[in-house]
Design a protein around this ligand. Structure first.
Ligand SMILES: [Zn+2]
Length: 265
């Protein structure tokens, strides 16, 4: 056999140094989670503990503990959420195809979360963010075209530690300078094509919109709004029904959100 053929075979069999170690996964489990890792078992344990905490907290914050979910597959046994912690950023990027700036990656239908050891703010932000995406999507429907991206990203950021206060401060500052994306545009913004600055405004705005709604109308009405979207109402009707007609259009939501942030010292 030629040298290249041998190399190719070894690569296929995963026997080359580095590749072999890349396939040695250890596993730790809890009631609702399975964590796969290659090093640092203490961090894997911390991940499990945080994941169980957020799993409960996110459902409490969104009022999901009160609803009977249709077609809900329990997060148990083989259906537990799986979290893969790659040993470093490069291995993570190569395995998932995630962009260079990404610290976490989620496949919500499969309940899979990917990240890597040493990712910034993994326990405080990435983990609750990706978990919230899964829980929210399971509630409103994985392929529901009525869910705007800002709502999905707003809910995910709402779950992050420290995000609500930080994004409110930034958005207040921007609004005083008239920096924001009109809601009609926010609805259709394609993040993959947006400039970095626009993407940054998008995320902060999404976080503050969800924070505004839950603070002013309460979690129960926010849940009504999401349930209406799940059940087939358009965004404007879902909004109107959930707020007793006080917000009956995107413009009304935008005005109320701006007024809320600008009045909040
Ligand atoms: Zn997200």
């Amino acid at each position: 056999m030629g040298r290249l053929v041998v190399l190719a075979l070894l690569t296929l069999l995963g026997l080359l140094p580095g590749l072999a170690s890349a396939q040695t996964w250890h596993e730790k489990t809890s009631t609702h989670f399975r964590v796969f890792y290659q090093q640092h078992p203490a961090f894997a344990n911390a991940t499990l503990q945080h994941a169980e905490f957020y799993y409960r907290q996110i459902q409490l914050d969104l009022g999901l503990t009160h609803v009977v979910q249709r077609e809900q597959r329990p997060w148990l046994w083989e259906q537990r959420c799986q979290i893969y912690l790659y040993p470093d950023r490069l291995t993570y990027q190569q395995a998932t195809g995630a962009p260079a700036w990404s610290g976490g990656f989620v496949k919500h239908r499969q309940r899979l979360i990917y990240s890597y050891m040493g990712a910034d703010t993994f326990l405080e932000q990435i983990l609750p963010h990706e978990l919230a995406h899964i829980l929210f999507r399971e509630f409103v429907g994985s392929d529901n075209p009525r869910i705007p991206r800002w709502l999905d990203e707003g809910v995910a950021q709402y779950a992050e530690e420290g995000r609500r206060a930080a994004s409110s401060g930034t958005m207040q500052h921007w609004l005083t300078q008239d920096v924001y994306i009109p809601l009609a545009q926010l609805q259709t913004l394609r993040l993959g094509h947006a400039a970095h600055g626009a993407a940054q405004v998008f995320y902060i705005q999404a976080a503050t919109l969800v924070h505004f709604f839950i603070t002013v109308y309460g979690p129960r009405r926010f849940l009504d709004f999401c349930s209406n979207l799940r059940d087939g109402y358009t965004l404007e009707r879902a909004l109107s029904f959930a707020t007793g007609s006080s917000l009956s259009s995107l413009d009304a939501l935008e005005d109320a959100w701006r007024a809320f942030l600008l009045s909040d010292p």
